[in-house]
Design a protein around this ligand. Structure first.
Ligand SMILES: C[S@@+](CC[C@H](N)C(=O)[O-])C[C@H]1O[C@@H](n2cnc3c(N)ncnc32)[C@H](O)[C@@H]1O
Length: 340
């Protein structure tokens, strides 16, 4: 068994490996891993993203049915809220409806989005499915980037402070399914691949150029592809070996060499504040004393003054990894990847 100090050092090294890859190629593909574990791992590394895309199997059709679907997805939402400001959860409307009552605090429902497509072949008698739902959830105060949807003339007026209100995009995203001849050059063979143009809209609303996106159930890597096209960084992962290979091929990036044992490491949930400080120091955090007040961190002290706290890095406004501007020069292919 490794001790806490060793664990912290391994995690610091893993963090350096992830950040080096973001710096090198803009896209970090983690080795196959369960989504909840991936999010726990990223949390332990102190990595914080602007947007997380959650596109799990839908509990109907391809991917099968899980009797624990609601607690399983709520568990993933709980983890994601600490790793990212915006979350986009995909599913069929009737499957996602119960989650409206189960949004973990402090997340808020920003919008019920509908992806509308006309080209689904009829497989059953009756209504032909032509929509999917995407719940846009966010932490309070997470910025919405409506300006990313303005046309040139509107943008000019916006920059000059002459736009009296900023028109937002519609909450129905109309884009064809990638089937048959539609989107042939985009199709990868993944059975539930989303069109780039749908994912791009989510990234535009939730993030700015140069910010970080996470997708822990990334399938063919659409999120990373969209992020790259829009000048964002991304960290992606899928539990399937087959789909990880597909994403590597699509993105021209190979997965990071991080062992499953390291991916399973996570800093203990209950620990002393000073140990968190120490961990942050090892990982290169700059710690803002203004943010370290007990009330801000929701810290409970016992009678001896010891701290037991929920270990979240969601308040990592200052500690979280800020990705360098994409305009910064990339040393593409010049650095060998390290192993952890
Ligand atoms: C709907 S698909 C995602 C499609 C993806 N957005 C795309 O455009 O290619 C769902 C993906 O989630 C992955 N997945 C399902 N459960 C998972 C879990 N617990 N952890 C990690 N990946 C998971 C599946 O392997 C599958 O590739």
């Amino acid at each position: 068994m490794i001790n806490l100090n060793e664990e912290k050092k391994i995690l610091a090294k893993a963090r350096a490996v992830v950040l080096a890859e973001l710096d090198r190629s803009g896209t970090a593909i983690l080795p196959p891993c369960d989504a909840e574990k991936t999010l726990t791992f990223l949390l332990a590394l102190g990595i914080h993203a602007r947007v997380t895309i959650l596109d799990p199997w839908y509990n109907k059709g391809v991917g099968g049915v899980r009797s624990d679907y609601i607690p399983y997805i709520v568990g993933i939402l709980e983890k994601t809220k600490d790793v990212s400001d915006h979350l986009f959860l995909w599913g069929f409307p009737e499957i996602l409806a119960p989650f409206i009552e189960r949004i973990p605090k402090p997340l808020e429902l920003i919008c019920w989005l509908t992806w509308y497509f006309k080209n689904n072949p009829s497989v059953i008698r009756g209504w032909r499915s032509a929509q999917m739902t995407c719940l846009h959830l966010a932490n309070p105060k997470a910025p919405l980037n409506v300006q990313n949807f303005l046309n040139e003339a509107q943008l000019k007026m916006f920059k000059e402070g002459k736009l009296r209100y900023i028109p937002g995009p519609p909450s129905v995203l109309e884009e064809s399914l990638l089937i048959g001849f539609i989107g042939r050059n985009e199709q990868t063979g993944h059975p539930a691949q989303k069109p780039l143009r749908v994912i791009e809209k989510l990234l535009l609303m939730g993030s700015k150029e140069g910010e970080l996106i996470i997708d822990p159930m990334s399938g063919s890597g659409t999120t990373a592809d969209a992020a790259r096209r829009l000048g964002r960084f991304s960290i992606i992962c899928d539990h399937s070996e087959e789909f990880t290979c597909l994403a590597e091929k699509r993105l021209g990036v190979s997965r990071l060499d991080i062992s499953p044992e390291v991916m399973s490491l996570s800093f203990p949930i209950k620990c002393h504040l000073n140990k968190i400080e120490e961990f942050r120091a090892i990982c290169g955090y700059t710690f803002n004393s203004k943010d370290s007040t007990d009330s801000h961190r929701n810290i409970n002290r016992n009678s001896k003054g010891q701290v037991s706290l929920p270990f979240t890095l969601s308040d990592a406004g200052n500690g979280a990894y800020k990705v360098p501007s994409l305009k910064a020069k990339r040393r593409k292919g010049t650095m060998a990847k390290a192993s952890v």
